[in-house]
Ligand binder design. Sequence first.
Ligand code: NDP
Length: 466
Amino acid sequence: MTFDYDLFVIGGGSGGVRAARIAASEHGARVGLAEESRMGGTCVIRGCVPKKLMIFASQAEAHAAEARGYGWQTAGAGAFDWTMFRHKLDAELTRLEGAYTGGLAAANVDIHKQRARLADAHTVELADGQRLTAKHILIAAGGRPALPGIEGEELGLISDDLFLLEDLPGRVLVVGGGFIACEFATILQGLGCQTTLSYRGDAVLRGFDGEMRRHATEQLRMIGVDLRLESNPVRLAAEGEARRVDFADGSSEVFDAVIFATGRAPYTKGLGLEQAGVKLGRKGEIVVDEWSQSSVPSIYAVGDVTDRVNLTPVAIREGHSFADTVFGAKPRKVDHGLVASAVYTRPHELATVGLTEEEAAARGPALIYVASFRPMRSLFAGSDARAAMKLIVDAETDRVLGCHIFGPEAGEMIQMVAIPMGMGATKADFDAAIAVHPTLAEELVTMRKPTRRIGDDNSDKADASA
Ligand code: NDP
């Protein structure tokens, strides 16, 4: 049977674009790609990129305060022009969108600017009714914000909306305690909004190292966010343009805007997956094997739609590996075991790679090295903000199992730490590196004595998992 394409990709985000480009330009495949929205996907259009630019924008007042601490006679950062910023942001996203489209066009990928769904194992149907066949189909449709399921939730905003606001809200409630909630609360507070964060747990960023979570939680308070822990909204109602929020504890309050950052779900609805026989998991994710192949052999999936590790660089790696495996005769799997990540809160970011202290304790004996200190730059300017670094080391093999950094530019540092950790570095390897002085990162190679030992109750598990 002849097909219109060797590969048809549904979704023009990080994973789909990479797979399409590599399959076409490096392996000579005939590729078509459908994208219903702007090319670039969540990361470029309504995620990582605009978010990080907003983080930069939101730091002006803090930088002015620091400058005053160094002797500059400046009253503050001045007034923030949201309209100017937003237009500039949109122009930048348009530029990036163009770069993505241009990259695909240069690789001879056919772009279909419309929604596509599966018709069968080798056929996609476009929104205009056109049917196209392909030997392989890759679903890279990403994820969508998930709402908590409370009364009046449609009156709230989701993360996508933040980048499109005409005006910044005066009083804003952010709901959730994950990546997005913490980053958005940091941004909105920094841009001058009176920001409240409502989170149902007792410390933000569940899943991260417990000690680091406490630092991140404390920092939100320190920068002025009204942090409500063990708090949950149960109802939203409109009061003119404003929103009245009833909380589970019986309290009620009015905000100009409510933003739900209560997780994301795989965007698989309406894609025709079930009819084509593609197996879905409990959250609607496409179930794939280590090669990103679904239960239907001709259909593959990468990125958030598979709900493995929901991060852009992981989707990119999955897309690239898929293209090399299927079209380049270069079988490549993705190791999801040691993926570094960073939460871009400010002034300190939280970055992590490997096991948390809690995970290590459950695994077996480990030595914990912790350095907690006030960085010289902010200390001199008069800030009490504390940074912290933690190494988790296997007590028997000396291998570094986890690294957690809470500090300025922690994301930049963790990227470098991920390299030796991926190579199996030991604490002795870290110690062998001579410090770069004076830096924050030197703490990672100068922690001589363990702060504590953990996990002795679980020594048998360490043997089993070694
Ligand atoms: P997360 O899964 O990180 O956090 C969701 C938060 O919402 C949690 O605090 C969760 O609480 C809370 N929550 C979930 N359901 C409810 C509910 N029904 N009522 C009240 N609270 C609820 O999701 P995000 O939306 O923050 O981010 C989605 C994903 O996007 C992340 O997992 C990450 O993979 C990616 N991302 C990565 C970034 C980065 O790399 N810097 C930045 C932004 C996003 P609980 O913890 O108690 O379950």
